[in-house]
Design a protein around this ligand. Structure first.
Ligand code: EPZ
Length: 421
């Protein structure tokens, strides 16, 4: 089993390039199912989840190729030979549920294994199904599979989301793009990844107004061209590197991302005492001598992103005082807490609130990654800890961070990928 071995204490300084956003690339790749033509997608991060997505697309009949050096994917959806997203792929990546909307729109039928939960929560998909039912789809759940049909094709309708679910908004957008007539998504998610998916769909000829707002209008088309799109930068990766600079008392610039993508996370870093420099296509965060405690609650965009909660908790361990962090999106997203405590952090969990007593001196230990963003928070803590930290089960990490140890090494970190004896 692979692990990351970190010798803490180096101050991180310098600039690092930000990869394309995993959470934009995944729905964008599934959107290629909507066209019988060839698509080109650029700035795709070379990640495990992307490779899994390509396996799902190939299982459905899409021909794909991925040049990982140029980060470019070619996808040819001329022939869809299957409408089934198989269990053994869906169980490794629950985002495969995003095949539902495109398959129903393109083929009038879809069979997708129920994604099941994951470490951070039950992750139901009821909002996805009710949105697609508003377009005329009907569903049955049998043998662990969602079976959807729309024999008369999808018709435009009003999809009212009970919660601004990112995935449900994405399935709704993709299905409505080929539905007959106009559709409205009410209470839509407003994340930057929704805007990026909308931009990719518009290169296919889709007519979409309001992506990024709570209400999105889509005028369905009879067919769509091949996609030609460059994926937006990964705001979660960028925030992780900015935190890496701050937690080590250094200064890191993340290149290839405009400050607007980072929104409330930058405001929070400033409240914690970081010096933030906003440039047109990059952001720098510099340690200013001390970190102040923070009180934050995760929320749908433009609120504080749940995907940055674990990383900011690691930073709060070094802050001069007590921080409170409330996780309001997922029911079990504090699994990094006991692992951070193994490194010397003082954190108490009370329901959905974690109370962090800082500043705490951290000392290296062997810790275990439990999910993607928890892995990142353990690396941040290891970079600030005295001595050696070994982070195990880093397959979680490789799902969402491209070459993280190389990028951290370029900033001066003493970190190596190693194998458990
Ligand atoms: C996306 O997950 C991201 N994944 C997650 O990132 C991210 O944490 C999440 O959005 C919130 O921003 C991808 O984009 C691939 P949701 P998604 O639907 O779409 C509940 C990472 O680390 N819900 O907005 O699954 C759900 O249980 C990952 O990169 C329902 O109850 O998130 C959760 O509590 C982790 N029924 C809340 O809504 C539904 O039908 C938000 O989920 C759908 C969701």
């Amino acid at each position: 089993m692979e692990k990351l071995r970190i010798m803490g204490g180096s101050r991180l300084e310098g600039s690092v390039g930000i990869s394309g956003a995993k959470n934009a690339a995944l729905p964008i790749l599934f959107a290629t199912l909507l066209s019988t033509e060839k698509s080109t997608i650029r700035n795709v991060p070379a990640l495990a989840d992307i490779r899994t997505t390509l396996k799902v697309l190939e299982a459905l009949g899409v021909r794909t190729s991925f040049d990982e050096n140029s980060h470019t994917i070619l996808a040819d959806g001329t022939l869809i030979e299957s409408i089934e997203a198989p269990y053994d792929l869906v169980r490794t990546m629950r985002a495969s549920v995003l095949t539902l909307g495109p398959l129903l729109a393109r083929k009038g039928e879809a069979k997708v294994s129920l994604p099941g939960g994951c470490a951070i929560g039950a992750r139901p998909v009821d909002f996805h199904l009710s949105a697609l039912e508003a377009l005329g789809a009907s569903f049955s759940i049998e043998n662990g599979y969602i079976h959807g049909t729309a024999k008369q094709g999808l018709r435009g309708g009003i999809m009212k989301l009970p919660f601004p679910s990112v995935g449900a908004t994405e399935n709704a957008l993709m299905a409505a793009a080929l539905a007959e007539g106009t559709s409205i998504i009410e209470n839509a998610a407003r994340e930057p990844e929704i805007i990026d998916l909308s931009e990719a769909l518009r290169t296919m000829g889709a007519e979409i107004e309001g992506a990024g707002d709570s209400s999105i209008a889509i005028r369905g088309k009879a067919s769509l061209r091949g996609m030609n799109h460059t994926v937006a930068p990964d705001r979660v990766e960028a925030a992780t590197f900015l935190c890496a600079g701050l937690i080590t008392g250094g200064s890191v610039e993340t290149k290839g991302i405009a400050p607007g993508f980072l929104g409330s996370a930058l405001d929070t870093l400033e409240k914690m005492g970081a010096r933030i420099e906003r440039m047109p296509h990059s952001v720098r965060a510099s340690f200013s001598g001390s970190l102040e405690p923070v009180s934050l609650e995760t929320a749908p965009f433009p609120g504080f992103p749940t995907d940055m909660q674990a990383q900011f908790m690691a930073l709060a361990v070094r802050a001069n005082g007590q921080s409170t962090i409330k996780e309001s999106i997922f029911e079990n997203r504090f699994m990094h807490v006991p692992e951070l405590c193994r490194l010397g952090a003082k954190i108490r969990v009370q329901g959905s609130v974690a109370v962090v007593d800082g500043p705490c001196a951290l000392t290296g230990a062997t810790v275990m990654a439990t999910d993607l963003r928890a892995s990142a928070s353990l690396i941040l803590a290891g970079l600030a800890a005295k001595g050696e930290t070994n982070v195990r089960r880093i397959y979680h990490l490789d799902r969402g961070y491209e070459r993280i140890e190389e990028k951290l090494q370029s900033l001066g970190a003493n970190i190596q990928r190693d194998f458990d004896k």
